[in-house]
Design a protein around this ligand. Structure first.
Ligand code: URA
Length: 473
């Protein structure tokens, strides 16, 4: 058995190159994380089989995709990660390229590791809190403490370096530290034992700031807790005051609040909903591509925006992109789109004249065999994505919205309890526009027999005809 000591992905990769060249099988290597002190093979060099002659030796060739997966999965904290990743490379090298498919047991584990690491990065972006230090002692001006589950500090530090410009800061974790001197990042060992080691100056300023942005009308305490896992609470400065603010909100303080979007709409200046039903504040990303307001982006190829003329009079809202839409980046280009095209033709509606979009912009799916099967978006995903539909509505200003199915209806009405049954019989007015609710084209495709397929299809065609009639009235 050969023993390899590695402490970083680069070291592991260099070791793997050697091992593959010498055709050392995974069962013959024991990997240890630790301070190797430079020469990877110092403890093992004598055990390594001689490298075969160049004519017969094997060189490591992996795809870009695999290298990216390995790079991310290497940050996953598990004692067997190096063994496992070497096994993946070994299988790839043997021609078993399925090893990176989520349908393969090793591939599934690899993807799960990558997903957990990405999630941790995302959480760290969201929950790192810098505290300003009072002393001008040459130390970084801002310091943060964080306890990540996986080893994502370097990439997260890169994120903050890009965002914070010339301001100096340090992020400390139980096992490492990253420091930004305004121009360069420096990795170092652990230097703090916990948040108490941070100079407390500046804390009161942070709490004042947090109080000022807190809006009880947007508060849903359970959601807030479920969105900020409890392991983060204890290190958030605002953690100490949030319980007070939650109870003040529950006791009626500013119970009726105002949101930016509702406030801008004619005739509605307050939200007639209780604090409990409101959603927590989410970040407002600068573009759809950068949207991380829910988790769906993680498994989607890309976000799929709406398409159509700048000022279309009719907007069709679907549920979410399907497999084809996800790959092509365009709405309704798969089987449901083909059926919709047929219905539009029959109703006399020209696809080029309408705006076509979805309530949710990322494809939500689950793997069945080798196929990605559509999964209905959850209400929290519909709500998170509503921002983008709202933006499209404000920009395009359609006179008629056709909601294709229940998810679209919930998003258009911003009401998670809206049902198709209650509104499907006739067009109705909502916020100054006509809304028509019809079945989703996939509902037609899934209908059990020809008669119900035909009946559901006619409902769609009728709805589209009604949309045209409303424009003429
Ligand atoms: N289903 C939808 O709701 N939208 C699409 O874009 C494709 C299928």
């Amino acid at each position: 058995m050969m023993r390899m000591v590695v402490q970083s992905f680069d070291e592991w990769r260099a070791a793997v190159r050697e091992l593959i060249a010498r055709r050392v099988a995974p069962e013959s290597v024991e990997w240890t994380s630790g301070l190797g002190g430079g020469d990877l093979f110092s403890s093992a060099a004598d055990d390594l089989p001689a490298a075969p002659s160049t004519a017969t030796s094997t060189s490591l060739r992996v795809s870009r995709e695999l290298m990216d997966l390995l790079d991310s999965a290497a940050c996953f904290s598990a004692c067997d990660r190096w063994v496992f990743l070497y096994k993946v490379v070994w299988r790839w090298q043997l021609g078993e390229h399925d090893v990176i498919s989520p349908a393969d047991p090793d591939g599934a584990r690899l993807h799960a590791m990558v997903k957990a690491v990405h999630r941790e990065e995302h959480d760290m972006h969201a929950y790192v809190r810098f505290r300003e230090r009072s002393e001008a002692d040459g130390a970084p001006r801002f310091v943060a403490w964080f306890e990540p589950t996986h080893e994502v500090l370097p990439q997260v530090a890169g994120h903050f370096a890009r965002r914070m410009g010339g301001i100096t800061w340090m992020i400390a974790t139980p096992s490492a530290t990253m420091m930004w001197d305004g121009a360069n990042l420096h990795a170092g060992p652990a230097v703090m034992r916990g948040p108490a080691d941070i100079d407390d100056a500046g804390e009161s300023m942070w709490l004042t700031y947090y109080r000022s942005i807190f809006n009880p009308a947007r508060l849903n305490a359970d959601l807030l807790r479920s969105h900020i896992p409890s392991r983060f609470w204890k290190n958030l400065p605002e953690g100490a005051i949030v319980p007070q603010m939650i109870s003040a909100a529950a006791n009626g303080e500013r119970r009726t609040g105002q949101t930016e979007t509702v406030g801008r709409r004619a005739g509605a200046t307050t939200i007639p909903i209780s604090a409990e039903r409101a959603q927590p504040q989410r970040e407002r990303p600068s573009s759809l591509d950068q949207c991380r307001r829910c988790d769906l982006w993680q498994n989607a190829t890309q976000a799929v925006p709406g398409v159509g003329p700048k000022k279309a009079r009719v907007m069709l809202v679907g549920e979410q992109p399907g497999d084809q839409e996800d790959l092509q980046g365009l709405p309704f280009v798969g089987p449901a789109g083909a059926l919709l095209d047929k219905a539009m033709d029959e109703a006399g509606l020209d696809r080029g004249s309408i705006y076509l979009t979805n309530a949710v912009k990322h494809f939500k799916w689950e793997l069945r065999g080798k196929r990605r099967l559509h999964k209905t978006p959850a209400q929290k995903e519909i709500s998170a994505c509503h921002l983008w539909l709202e933006e499209e509505l404000e920009r395009v200003r359609p006179e008629v919205i056709v909601a294709l199915g229940g998810t679209a209806l919930k998003s258009v009405l911003q009401d998670g309890s809206a049902t198709m049954k209650s509104v499907m019989d006739a067009p109705f007015q909502h916020e100054g526009r006509w809304v028509i609710a019809v079945y989703h084209p996939s509902y037609v495709l899934r209908a059990p027999d020809e008669a119900s397929r035909r009946q559901a299809y006619e409902v769609i065609v009728d709805g589209l005809r009604q949309a045209l009639r409303l424009l003429k009235d």
